[in-house]
Design a protein around this ligand. Structure first.
Ligand code: HEM
Ligand SMILES: *[C@@H]1O[C@H](CO)[C@@H](O)[C@H](O)[C@H]1NC(C)=O
Ligand SMILES: *[C@@H]1O[C@H](CO)[C@@H](O)[C@H](O)[C@H]1NC(C)=O
Length: 351
């Protein structure tokens, strides 16, 4: 009676091994995909994740807003056409040119990291992976206590897309009702809880411009009154910052805790529970029956960093390109020249 159980266990183990190996050939993301793959001109092994980390440390020391820039960039890249760096392409009518592009920044910084890596081991590391690695490192840097608790492992092995089109950009608007936001995330295989972590962690840094929340300040939904969900102290501040119909270019911190507005942490959840959400969707997250209990729980939790990291890993896996599907660009702003030499034939035969 013991043997069948043992045999079944061995079979299961074999199946798991085979599935895992198959995944490695046919293409799944992996933790540490670049381990041992980058050799510099002198034949020395170089750690790709260390190169990226060093670049982010240097950048952060002169510009702490790089954290917000990269978080927003990863969100926009992954939500439009999958995490394939299509957001970085400089092409006519590309994703960059679509209206929600406002304040997506950091393109040059990713290109700068790419150049350094290409000078070290050309043709190995995708731009899509650089976005994900650099975003993680920026989140770590933003921790005010410098305890490294924001660190999470990243999966790599993405390839870069060759297509970028403004028509594909279908990002949620700042006034999207929570149930519709849940549906938008769900269409990317992200759960309600994933969304609560990604939106709350993402919006725990950075800013929003007046034009994206002015509708809440004076005549909310044609009532002639402000959004009743907004804290009245905040309302006064924002009305001064964004005078009615002024087209003001000003912006407000998405996290209204002045001590924590540039670190990725759970303070956003505490703030929205006080009515201090800047965007309508941010405020509704604390009120909607689908999300108010998770929000309250996270505000009082002590594993935010771990859970946020877990959600970022899932965001980084949305519709990725692997294997022959995609390329390793030479420059992040441009697809490689279409004259594929040997790779081209392979592509035609099997693609
Ligand atoms: C329902 C989903 C979301 C909506 C509607 C939304 C909307 C917005 C809007 C309107 C802004 C202000 C842009 C501006 O004024 O220039 C913003 C900023 C930002 N968003 Fe989101 N967002 C969403 C989810 C996310 C997620 C999932 C992340 C990252 C994980 C993220 C990260 C950021 C960051 C970091 C900023 C500040 C950018 C900066 O300061 O440069 N957002 N978002
Ligand atoms: C962003 O979109 C606006 C249109 O809303 C466009 O005028 C602007 O050039 C775009 N920005 C970039 C970097 O392409
Ligand atoms: C409004 O925000 C302030 C802090 O910014 C807080 O002390 C106060 O309790 C909030 N009011 C409400 C009704 O939550």
């Amino acid at each position: 009676m013991e043997m069948p159980g043992l045999a079944a266990a061995v079979a299961l183990a074999l199946i798991l091994i085979i599935v895992n190996l198959a995944g490695q050939c046919s293409g799944q993301l992996q933790f540490g995909f670049y381990n041992g793959k980058c050799r510099d001109g002198n034949g020395f092994q170089r750690n790709v994740e260390d190169i990226v980390k060093q670049k982010v440390k240097e950048k952060f020391s002169s510009d702490t807003t790089i954290v917000a820039a990269l978080l927003r960039m990863q969100f926009h890249d992954c939500f439009v056409n999958g995490c394939d760096a299509s957001i970085l392409l400089d092409v006519p009518n590309g994703e960059k040119t679509a209206p929600p592009n406002l304040s997506v920044r950091g393109y040059e910084f990713i290109e700068d990291i790419k150049t350094e890596i290409e000078n070290t081991c050309p043709g190995i590391v995708s731009c899509a992976d650089i976005i994900v690695m650099a975003t993680r490192d920026a989140v770590v840097e933003s921790d005010i206590k410098k305890m490294g608790t924001g660190w999470y492992p990243v999966q790599t092995g993405r390839r870069d897309g060759r297509v970028s089109s403004a028509q594909n950009v279908n990002l949620p608007s700042p006034s999207i009702p929570v149930p519709q936001a849940i549906a938008a995330f769900s269409s990317k295989k992200l759960s309600t809880i994933d969304m609560v972590y990604l939106l709350g962690g993402g919006h725990s840094v950075g800013v929003a411009h007046c034009g994206l929340f002015e509708n809440r300040l004076y005549d909310f939904k044609n009532t002639g009154n402000p959004d009743p969900a907004m804290n009245t102290t905040l309302l006064k501040t924002l009305r001064t910052l964004c005078p009615r119909n002024s087209g003001s270019p000003n912006s407000a911190n998405l996290d209204q805790d002045p001590l924590k507005s540039s670190s990725v942490d759970k303070s956003f959840y505490e703030q929205i529970r006080l009515g201090n959400g800047i965007l309508e969707v941010d405020q509704q997250l604390a009120l909607d029956p689908n999300t108010r209990f998770p929000v309250a729980r996270i505000a009082g939790s002590n594993d935010f960093s771990f859970q946020f990291g877990r959600a970022m890993i899932k965001l980084g896996a949305v519709d990725v390109k692997i294997g022959r599907d995609g390329e390793i660009r030479k420059k992040c702003a441009a697809v490689n020249s279409p004259s594929r030499s040997s790779g081209g034939k392979f592509f035609n035969l099997f693609g």
